[in-house]
Design a protein around this ligand. Structure first.
Ligand SMILES: Nc1nc2c(ncn2[C@@H]2O[C@H](COP(=O)(O)OP(=O)(O)OP(=O)(O)O)[C@@H](O)[C@H]2O)c(=O)[nH]1
Length: 564
């Protein structure tokens, strides 16, 4: 085995093995894991095995190979962006927590790295703002260093930036699916036609190519040759027929032959012009395509995102195909297209071979950019352990009726992390009937609660009894949070009521089976049906009894909850 010397831009080194296999060694910059305190710890042997497995499984086609002095050095794509971001993590080495102050420098590095990668400025601004907000708000996860936490936040944000989920091709419900390809000259449109046919054939779909580029005779020949190469029929009608007419004829032919997918190649131009747009519109009208995909060259950076926007406004497209990701692209196109244009990248080209086309997976792309798959899975596992421990801790607190305002805030923030209230409600079965105005009220209430809790002292958050007993304290919280004293009193009362309800619920859970949704519904209905006044009386006595149960053992203060 022969180790290879690295260069600044090459974050991944290769080891040439005697029996013709290449394995990736740990980059000098990659982060070693140690988390003996949790099961998430990976032994260095496992870690290495994982590295090897990841490498063997990863698509290494997009890797530029240099053979200097008989040594093999591989550069991961977007190498410059990767090393730019590494500078950011390195600034956090030795820090204990992420804070407003210590993320200033790393955020500057991230901003610089993204701008150098040719990501559009508004996108960079939004990205940096969002990462900063999350970094400051994130709690400490035991065993996870701040730099690792920042890697995870940046990764998640990159995934979101690129569209979150993979955006699948859409197929027609009946008749042939028509995919119209558009794009400027030389971006790889004709090649993509054949690559796409090859890709869809592997999914069991029969395909036909239609040659509508009548301005460059060589384009028709090129498509015919490529069609043969992937063993797919090509419909041609020479250069004297109008593209929209060729498109119609091609579609008719495909229908007769019961072809599943028709892929239409169109003419490119050096730059956008009216004739090209008008012609494309005409072809689109003639075909009524299922997908209109703009082929863009990744090397053009943020320009690619601007093109997608223009084509979408002009002719209406369903997505983009990014080609030449194997080249010297810096990442700007991949990172800007979705955010700038609102249209997803559906497929990416990573080489000149017919096999070099694949779906665009935002998570895998983010993973490749960061080159830190090991750190990401480590942080995820540690977060999971933390969540479990948190849940156990919460359960203990609930059982001993010590659930306080800190827990309250934590819970509402956990919910907030899951998305908007409407999204969370949408996830709960049987909650579909909540009206938008109820959701808006709930969101407003949550914000009010947060404001009031933030105005409490740490002691008051931990011991709500202090607020229950002292009108002066409640008044102070009201003034500081800009709410009324009545609202503060209500919030304190709610916390005590919540303690009782949670304790009861936990009791049911501890006594055996989990309460089913119908059980809960029954319980809620019973409460609703109770004669007027009973529920309130019961709640009042519950809050008092809990208050007596709690740490102080003193009775509930008289008049608590009323205007004082
Ligand atoms: N490295 C690399 N080269 C590609 C990729 N896709 C296409 N190419 C090459 O880019 C060149 C141009 O591709 P074409 O398919 O002819 O481009 P086009 O958009 O049809 O061009 P016009 O017909 O002139 O509009 C060819 O040499 C292709 O082999 C890719 O993903 N990676």
């Amino acid at each position: 085995m022969e180790a290879v010397a690295g260069s600044r831009h090459f974050s991944t080194l290769s080891l040439s093995l005697s029996h013709n296999r290449t394995l990736r060694s740990s980059s000098p910059k990659s982060v070693k894991l140690s988390l003996s305190s949790t099961k998430a710890s990976l032994s260095s042997r496992n870690w290495f095995a994982k590295e090897v497995w990841g490498w063997v499984n990863s698509n290494s086609k997009g890797v530029a190979v240099r053979r200097d002095l008989g040594l093999v050095v591989k550069a991961e794509m977007f190498g410059q962006l990767t090393s730019g971001l590494e500078t950011a993590w390195n600034k956090l080495k030795g820090e204990e927590v992420l804070s407003k102050e210590n993320i200033v420098e790393p955020m500057r590095d991230i901003r610089r790295a993204l701008l150098e990668a040719d990501v559009s400025l508004p996108v960079v601004r939004r990205f940096v703002q969002s990462v900063s907000d999350q970094a400051v708000g994130v709690g400490v996860i035991r065993g996870v260093r701040p730099d690792q936490q920042l890697v995870k936040i940046v990764n998640d944000e990159l995934v979101q930036l690129m569209g979150g989920e993979v955006s699948e091709l859409v197929f027609a419900k009946s008749g042939p699916t028509v995919i119209l390809l558009a794009g400027l000259q030389g971006v790889g449109k004709t090649t993509v036609c054949a690559k796409l046919a090859n890709y869809l054939k592997k999914q069991g779909k029969s395909c036909m190519l239609v040659a509508c580029d009548v301005y460059r005779p060589a384009a028709i020949d090129q498509l015919s040759i490529l069609g043969k190469q992937v063993d797919v029929p090509v419909y041609t009608a020479g250069t004297d027929v109008k593209p929209s007419e060729i498109a119609k004829q091609g579609l008719e032919e495909a229908k007769k032959k019961k072809i599943d997918v028709v892929i239409v190649d169109t003419a490119g131009r050096l730059q956008i012009d009216k004739t090209m747009m008008d012609e494309l519109k005409e072809v689109k009208r003639a075909l009524n395509p299922t997908e209109v995909l703009l082929v863009v060259d990744a090397m053009t950076g943020q320009e690619a995102a601007a093109l997608v926007t223009t084509f979408n406004v002009e002719i209406g497209i369903t997505g983009a195909i990014l080609t030449k990701l194997d080249g010297d692209s810096r990442g700007g196109a991949a990172l800007s297209v979705k955010e700038v244009s609102g249209k997803p990248i559906k497929l990416v080209g990573r080489g000149e071979r017919m096999e070099d086309l694949e779906p665009f997976y935002p998570d895998r792309m983010a993973g490749r950019i960061l080159g830190m798959g090991d750190v990401l899975s480590f942080v995820e596992k540690a977060q999971e352990v933390m969540r479990k421990e948190d849940a156990e801790e919460l359960q203990k607190k609930i059982m001993s009726a010590k659930f306080d305002f800190n827990d309250f805030l934590k819970q509402t923030r956990t919910v907030a992390k899951m998305g908007s209230v409407s999204r969370v409600i949408g996830m709960i079965p049987g909650m579909g009937k909540v009206t938008p105005s109820q959701i808006r009220d709930a969101e407003k209430n949550l914000l009010n609660m947060e404001a009031m809790i933030e105005a409490m002292t740490p002691e008051e958050r931990e011991k709500p009894e202090l607020l229950a007993e002292s009108p002066v304290r409640r008044k102070r919280v009201a003034v500081e949070s800009g709410k009324t004293e009545q609202q503060v009193s209500q919030l304190v009362a709610q916390l005590f009521q919540m303690r009782v309800r949670m304790k009861n619920l936990m009791g049911v859970m501890e006594s055996g089976s989990l309460p089913t949704l119908s059980n809960l519904e029954e319980a809620l209905k019973a409460e609703e049906k109770a004669p007027p006044g009973t529920a309130r009386r019961r709640k009042r006595s519950e809050s008092r009894s809990v208050f007596v149960d709690s740490t102080t053992g003193r009775p509930a203060p008289r008049g608590f909850g009323s205007k004082s």
